[in-house]
Design a protein around this ligand. Structure first.
Ligand SMILES: [Zn+2]
Length: 122
């Protein structure tokens, strides 16, 4: 049986919502990268939800409600946004580096979305 990636989530919270939903439909799944992504979210590709290939189509339909929620810019309504480190990027990268070197969680570094059209951070 083949194990495939269903979706990649930005946060453990999102991943667990989807996992709970899948399990309520008796689709077996598991989450990878959870601990590491929670501590160092910028250093991993997110949290992957893995499922059996035979469940893939059904699972995609189930989570389509969740993934439909697109991030839009509050200023201009553009969907052309990306998740970044926001302002003080260099300072934040520095903080992350220190945290990684000292094996401490990055507590005070928050990521922000940036609109590529009007440059709004939110
Ligand atoms: Zn915008």
């Amino acid at each position: 049986m083949e194990i495939v990636r269903l979706i990649s989530c930005n946060t453990a919270f999102d991943a667990n919502i989807i996992k709970t939903k899948l399990e309520s439909e008796e689709i077996e799944c598991f989450i990878t990268n959870e601990n590491f992504s929670t501590i160092y979210p910028f250093l991993t590709g997110g949290i992957d939800i893995m499922i059996n290939e035979k469940d893939l189509e059904r699972a995609k339909e189930l989570i389509s409600d969740e993934t439909k929620k697109e991030v839009v810019c509050p200023n201009c309504g553009s969907k052309n946004v990306h998740l970044g480190l926001g302002k003080n990027k260099i300072k934040k990268i520095f903080l992350i580096l220190i945290a990684v070197l000292s094996f401490a969680p990055v507590g005070n570094v928050k990521s922000q979305y940036k609109c590529k059209d009007c440059k709004t951070l939110f």
